[in-house]
Write a protein of this length. Structure first.
Length: 326
């Protein structure tokens, strides 16, 4: 007789929390870490950078395509990128999980490992310091990230000025190519997601898929950009065109991107690259690539090779979700 794999519904909240803390709870650098009602963290210069992001089964991921490790890694990465995009150094994550009671416990173990591994790899010293557990028919992962500025000023998206150099750190376009692979090759005729067979992919395709499922943003380059004098900084999560438009509108300028830039780079999201502006007198830090310049505000918020782009600018979950889960 085959032994049934234990599910979330087989465990108490305390037992499930204990399993998670066995993976993520031993790296705490807080004064009070996981296990009490709240965390207590010493903040060197008295300021905390805070952000939150939620991944929901359906619009944000599909269980047929993502492992628990993938989801833990991605949930950490997207929040770490927002902290880095303020020029800050991530120090802590709070993780709230809404779990279906039918979800295998082994999946939750892997999710915890993914969270921990992403912190260790992308932001050494950052730890999971607490969170919450509840039950839901829809798997949801909500992460709050905290960072510190180490005495520097936060770098806002509103600081770009005419004459600044526009640069990017990290990949652009890979994650959207990975998403296209999933939608084109790993769904039934009815649009239902099916498990990925990596053996059907080329090495380049596997890299694109990894960029979608387990993004690895250049977190350390956020504080580097701040120290190098960046005037504006933000995370590219919804596509370069859309996010550059947000920066241009916040700053009251036009961002003139060089050409040619491929459609994947312009309109694809979820790479979580860092878009930055630097004064002309500032040397670009290693890891940043020039992709344009800031101009006085014109008719268009963003231009590409001198022309205003047309068509879809980037990802909008209210418009672009196909309503499938799987």
């Amino acid at each position: 007789m085959t032994r049934r794999e234990p599910t979330v519904g087989d465990l108490s909240e305390r037992a499930l929390l204990t399993r998670i803390l066995n993976v993520v709870g031993d790296a705490s650098q807080a004064d009070v870490g996981p296990g009490d009602d709240a965390a207590v963290i010493t903040v060197p210069d008295g300021r905390v950078v805070l952000t939150t992001d939620t991944l929901v089964h359906g619009p944000d991921f599909r269980l047929a395509w993502s492992t628990g490790y993938d989801l833990g890694s991605k949930a950490a990465a997207v929040n770490l990128a927002d902290v880095a995009a303020m020029g800050a150094r991530p120090i802590a994550l709070l993780v709230a999980l809404a779990l279906p009671d039918t979800l295998p416990v082994a999946f939750v173990d892997e999710l915890a490992r993914g969270l921990r591994a992403a912190c260790d790899r992308l932001a050494p010293g950052c730890a999971i310091e607490g969170g919450d557990l509840t039950v839901s028919d829809t798997l949801t992962i909500a992460v709050t990230a905290a960072g510190v500025l180490d005495g520097a000023a936060p770098v806002l998206r509103s600081g770009a000025r005419p004459g600044d150099t526009v640069a990017v750190a990290g990949e652009l376009g890979a994650a959207t190519r990975g998403l296209a692979l999933l939608f084109d090759r790993f769904r039934t005729a009815d649009g239902i997601p099916v498990e990925v067979d990596a053996g059907l992919l080329t090495e380049a395709e596997r890299a694109d898929l990894a960029a979608q499922l387990r993004p690895a943003p250049p977190i350390a380059l956020g504080p580097v950009a701040a120290r190098a004098g960046a005037s504006a900084l933000m995370d590219v999560s919804d596509g370069l065109l859309l996010d550059a438009t947000r920066m241009a509108d916040a700053s009251g300028v036009t961002i003139a991107l060089d050409g040619p830039l491929g459609d994947d780079a312009l309109r694809g999201g979820e790479d979580h690259a860092l878009l930055a502006c630097f004064p002309t007198a500032a040397a670009l830090p290693a890891g940043f690539l020039r992709i344009g310049a800031v101009a006085p505000r014109g008719e268009a918020a963003v231009t590409v090779a001198g022309a205003a782009p047309s068509g879809r600018s980037g990802w909008d979950p209210y418009r672009d979700w196909d309503t499938q889960r799987g």
